[in-house]
Design a protein around this ligand. Structure first.
Ligand SMILES: Cc1cc2nc3c(=O)[nH]c(=O)nc-3n(C[C@H](O)[C@H](O)[C@H](O)COP(=O)(O)OP(=O)(O)OC[C@H]3O[C@@H](n4cnc5c(N)ncnc54)[C@H](O)[C@@H]3O)c2cc1C
Length: 509
């Protein structure tokens, strides 16, 4: 079974794309099995788990299929950037997650140029949360399950076929399951993307890097002095203390053989000797891995009833720590839209705004990682550009622009003409009932109304209304989408109704 390219039939329910031939095949001619789920998600990484949770907020029947039988034990520390912390706050998850992480100052993200964050970053969560990736994955999966998502481990998606009613998903053991939609959150080597035949253009990996955590055999002062000296010319190198005698080690992999094999301690020792003249007595590794700098972006995020999110849709070097953040934010953008489609109230084009909004964001992240990788080169030209950018970052505007890019708080979706706030996310502000984000836990829209004379009328089953003249806003009213982006600004009821229709479909009565 695979994604078929045969003559399209007109879909009978749910709007699906009509420009791709062969989406509604009925390969065998037999009646398909009943729709057991609304959405099947391939992959229970951070993107898949977040998406499952978002869909469950709207009572969507979700099954997550994960090929691994056990959660990953590979302890890579990742950083949750400001926008992701805001998303967690919006769903009431931040306190739970924060207990497992370490807060670090925001700043020093772009190409690891050591500049502190500019003053007054526009967020109540203006820091980086360092947290092991398996922990964040576990917490997101736990959250999805608590909300009612089913997760089946040891189940690899091996094929699928879509027709006008849904998608038949085939597992590696031949079992078939059926749902209305399938979302590939199955990582950079995505089976779903490949079966879909979606192009993944970009650049192959050019530089490989070893990364791991291990103990060292020499005093910290000795390491610190050597690391400072080497980092003057080699940016892809560090030995950073990680607590309890463990160091995070990053070193170029040039010359280390077989890419298909995991690196060994001897590989680390040899590479350290090559670059630093000593292996610092590294021993007792906790984990070791190797990654490249391939940079690729899926040509499209949706083909009919099958969508892509997270690393399945985009890959890039880990510099700036953006990949997991980007995937989780994809899921946050997609979740309520797909739920609306399934619940039947989605406006005609809502689901397609997922690609329209998120593809350009990924394009921008890919570009900034390309730029950062260039700035890590030891060649004289890039080193000179790095020195120049380091100077430029003393200008508050430059520094702010770069940090808003990496932390994703600078994103502005194109919702058409309007004030600068339109299309941006709204920071967490004080409202009379506490914090704004506290009112978004259920994943519904919100009208924040300082005039106290507007109403959400027939949309009240999807949109909450908070009349609060004291809210700290310099506009009369805002309509927030479930992802916290500003969908409308104004004070006119008719104009509001038009925008409620645009984002939340027809009123219930
Ligand atoms: C060294 C390194 C450091 C990094 N540091 C950061 C950082 O600081 N910050 C940051 O934001 N990002 C960081 N990243 C990137 C981050 O790890 C990824 O972007 C993130 O894991 C992507 O999440 P995902 O859920 O989209 O995909 P994945 O995490 O790859 O999850 C995909 C899941 O799908 C499963 N799967 C695959 N195929 C199938 C199938 N056929 N059927 C069912 N299941 C399947 C896999 O087993 C896996 O569980 C780093 C990456 C590396 C390599």
């Amino acid at each position: 079974m695979h994604s078929q390219q045969v003559t399209a039939k007109q879909p009978s329910s749910d709007r699906v794309e009509r420009d791709v031939p062969g989406l509604w095949s009925s390969a065998s001619g037999a009646d398909p099995a009943p729709l057991m789920f609304d959405v099947i998600i391939a992959g229970c990484g951070p993107t898949g788990a977040m998406l499952a949770a978002e869909l469950r907020l709207h009572d969507v029947r979700v099954l997550v299929l994960e090929k691994e039988t056990e959660p990953a034990s590979f302890v890579r520390i990742v950083g949750l950037h400001i926008r992701s912390l805001e998303l967690m706050a919006m769903r009431g998850l931040l306190d739970r997650i924060r207990r497992h992480g370490r807060q670090r100052p925001a700043g020093g993200f772009f190409a690891a140029i050591p500049k502190p964050a500019p003053k007054g970053l526009d967020s109540a969560y203006a820091y980086l949360l360092g947290i092991p990736q398996p922990v964040i994955e576990h917490l997101l999966e736990e959250h999805a399950i608590e909300l009612g998502a089913q997760v089946r481990r040891g189940c690899a998606v091996a094929g699928f076929e879509q027709d006008d009613e849904g998608v038949t998903v085939e597992l590696a053991d031949g079992e078939q399951l059926r749902s209305r939609y399938l979302v590939g959150c199955d990582g950079g080597r995505s089976t779903v993307r490949k079966l879909l035949g979606v192009g993944f253009p970009g650049e192959p990996s050019r530089t490989e890097t070893l990364m791991g955590e291990m103990e060292v055999g020499v005093p910290q002062e000795e390491i610190a002095a050597k690391v400072t000296e080497i980092r003057e010319t080699h940016q892809r190198f560090w030995l950073r203390p990680f607590g309890e005698g463990v160091y995070s080690v990053l070193v170029p992999a040039a010359g280390v053989g077989d890419r298909a094999q995991p690196p060994t301690l001897e590989d680390f020792q040899q590479q350290l000797r090559t670059i630093a003249g000593t292996d610092f007595g590294v021993h007792s590794p906790r984990w070791m891995s190797r990654f490249g700098d391939a940079t690729r972006l899926a040509e499209r995020y949706r083909v009919g009833r099958v969508l892509l999110a997270g690393d399945a849709a985009h890959i890039h070097p880990p510099i700036g720590g953006q990949g997991l953040n980007l995937g989780v934010q994809d899921a946050f953008n997609l979740g309520w839209k797909l739920a609306a489609q399934i619940r039947g109230w989605a406006p005609e084009t809502l689901l397609d705004t997922y690609q329209a909004e998120r593809h350009p964001v990924a394009e921008d992240v890919l570009d900034n990682t390309r730029a950062q990788m260039e700035l890590q080169s030891t060649e004289p030209g890039p080193q000179a550009v790095r020195r120049l950018l380091t100077e430029l970052m003393d200008f508050d505007e430059v520094n702010r622009h770069l940090i808003e890019k990496i932390t994703a708080i600078g994103i502005r979706y194109d919702f058409g003409e309007g004030p600068d706030l339109l299309g941006r996310r709204l920071r967490d502000i004080d409202v009379k009932q506490g914090r704004l984000y506290g009112l978004l836990h259920r994943g519904r829209g919100l009208l924040l109304d300082r005039t106290e004379r507007l109403a959400v009328g027939g949309w009240s089953d999807r949109v909450d209304h908070l009349a609060d003249p004291t809210a700290v806003l310099d506009v009369p009213c805002v309509l927030l989408r479930p992802d916290g982006h500003v969908a409308w600004i104004g004070d006119d009821q008719q104009d509001l109704d038009d925008h409620l229709s645009r984002w939340f479909g027809k009123p219930a009565n």
